[in-house]
Write a protein that binds this ligand. Sequence first.
Ligand code: HEC
Length: 292
Amino acid sequence: MKTTSSYLRVLLFVIVAFVLFEVTIDSGDQWAFQKYPIIWAVLGVLTLFAVAIEIAVEAMRSILFRSLKAESKERFLQLQSEAKQNNWFNKTYQKLVGKSKPIEEESEIILDHNYDGIRELDNQLPPWWVYMFYLTIIFAGVYLTRYEILGADDTHTEYEKEVAQAEKEIAEWKKTAKDLVDVNTVTLLTDKEDLDKGKAIFTTNCVACHKADGGGGIGPNLTDEYWILGGGIKNVFHTISEGGRDGKGMVAWKGDLKPLEIQEVASYVLSLQGTTPANPKEPQGEIWKEEN
Ligand code: HEC
C-alpha cells in the first residue's frame, strides 16, 4: 500500500544508526567503520530487522484492511488521501504561493487602464515574494545601523587590519625562525650572547687556518680592513657559506653550519676588526668600504 515510505523509513533508520556509530565510537582520526569493520555486520543485521518490521507491519495492515466492511474501506481510503493533501509540505507550499490567480484566470483581474498597450495586472503578490521583500527591508535596516550609525569596519578597513595583523605575526615568526637568514637578509649581530656563540664556532672550526686571534696563517688576516673576497656582513656571510676561490683552502661551510651559525661566526669575525693580533699576516686584497 505505502511501500515508498517504507523504503524511506528503512533508509533513514540505517543512516541514523550509521551516524550514531560514527559520533559515539572514538576511532581517532579514522572513520569508525574503517577501524571496526564489525560495524558493517551490526548495521547489516539492524537493516534486516528494520526491513522485517516494515514487512510485518505492512502485512498486518493489509489483513486489517481486508477485514473491514466495504463502507469503512471507502472511508479509510478517503481519510488517507485527505491526510496526504494536508501534510506539512503541501500546507507550507500553499501558504507560500498564496491566493494569486493562476495564469489561466488572469483575464478576470486585468485592469482597464491602457498605457500605450501596457496594461496593469492586479494580481495578489505571492507571499513568498512579499516575505523576501520584508527580509530585504530588515536587512537594509540592520546594515544601515551597523555600518552607518555604529561605524563597523567596512571591507577595506577589515582588509587592512588583517594585513597588519598578518605582518605582525610574520615578524613574530621570523624572530623564532632565525635559520631563515640568507645572504640577502643577513644582518650584523652585536649581542654579546650571539658573538660568544660565534666565537665558539670560530674556535672549533676556523682557528687552524685563521689563528685564534684572527691574525691569519694559511688563511688571511681577518682583523684588518683588507678583504680578498669583500668585507661587510653580506660578503663575509657569503664567503663562509660558499667558500673562497677554488684551491685556496677555504671550503664552503654551509654543509656543516646552519645559516644562523654562519651569521653568528661572520658577526664574530667582523667584531675582530681593528684588534691587534699577536702575529698578524700581511694585508691581502683591497681595503673594503661599506657602501650605502
Ligand atoms: C683549511 C683552512 C681554512 C679554514 C679551516 C677556514 N678558512 Fe677561512 N680562509 C682560508 C683561506 C685560504 C682563505 C682565502 C680564500 C681565498 O683567497 O679565496 C680564507 C678566507 C676566509 C675569509 C675571507 C677573507 C677575505 O679576505 O676575504 C673569511 C671571512 C674566512 N675565511 C672565514 C673563515 C671562517 C669563519 C672559518 C671557520 C668556519 C674559516 N674561514 C675556516 C682558509 C681557511
